[in-house]
Design a binder for this molecule. Structure first.
Ligand code: UTP
Length: 241
């Protein structure tokens, strides 16, 4: 089974230090030892936001800020690489071809951002499409996709299941609502829709939740099942719960 795990920077590095990184690396290695092939995409988190805001005050333009953000995602990716065994790549893949080649060599493939004007949400979806993954998992700091920002609106409800078209509609609605934050951005939702990629959005602060979702399809987040996504990964059916 080929899986892309997109780990938010604030999930992997919520504060300076390597504890959470080591836990995520251990889960990735466990899944690999069970026969999964994993591509991990790492976000920038609070450190990226701090650097971007400092550089904005210094007069950097938006593309320069994006490049800075990409550099921070790659720094976080290097932290994950530092915690992984020698089966991992030695540096973050800079594009999808490099990432795919690493997977073909059976290396654990790690990436940060790739190009300005997007986020690693879109990178995760594009990598999943490029390598024809069986599953894409977004490990975010929120429990799933909500009808509204749950931090702002007590009536916001979590979706257990969405089609990809519904995901695009929900995210487009959230992005229209200034200040509301969506766990996955619109470009990522559109890539999921066009690729028909089976996707799970979950709270990945405890990496065991990622492992359970990959192993059994068992989670408390949101399942995005595009039309024509096909049967559930056979891996789930063959595994003891
Ligand atoms: P993130 O993917 O971490 O963005 O990339 P985010 O949505 O702000 O992060 P979380 O979910 O809150 O942790 C950080 C920044 O890096 C740039 C963007 O400026 C983004 O905001 N970036 C990242 C790119 O320009 N291109 C990429 O491919 C990835």
């Amino acid at each position: 089974m080929k899986v892309v795990v997109s780990i938010g920077g604030s999930v992997l590095v919520p504060e300076p230090g390597g504890d959470r990184v080591a836990e995520h690396a251990a889960v990735i290695e466990e899944l690999i030892s069970e026969g999964c092939r994993i591509g991990a995409v790492v976000g920038g988190g609070g450190v990226a936001r701090e650097y971007i805001s400092a550089a904005r005050e210094l007069g950097a333009n938006e593309i320069e800020l994006d490049q800075l953000g990409i550099d921070v995602t790659r720094l976080n990716a290097r932290l994950l690489i530092a915690a992984l065994s020698e089966e991992s790549v030695t540096a973050p893949a800079l594009d999808y071809e490099e990432a795919s080649e690493a997977l073909r060599r059976d290396d654990i493939c790690i990436m940060g951002g790739v190009a300005p004007a997007q986020t690693t949400d879109a990178v995760g979806a594009a990598l999943a499409e490029y390598i024809d993954a069986d599953l894409l998992v977004y490990a975010t700091s929120v429990p799933g996709v909500y009808s509204d920002d749950p931090n702002e609106n007590d009536d916001a409800t979590k979706y257990d299941h969405l089609s990809a078209t519904e995901l695009v509609d929900v995210i487009a609605g959230l992005e229209m609502n200034a200040g509301a934050s969506a766990p996955v951005d619109l470009l990522a939702a559109k890539i999921i829709e066009r690729s028909g990629m089976r996707t799970i959005v979950l709270d990945g602060t405890d990496p065991d939740r990622i492992a359970r979702a990959v192993r059994h399809g068992d989670h408390e987040g949101t399942d995005v099942i595009p039309d024509g996504a096909g049967e559930e990964p056979t891996y789930w059916a063959n595994d003891e719960q």
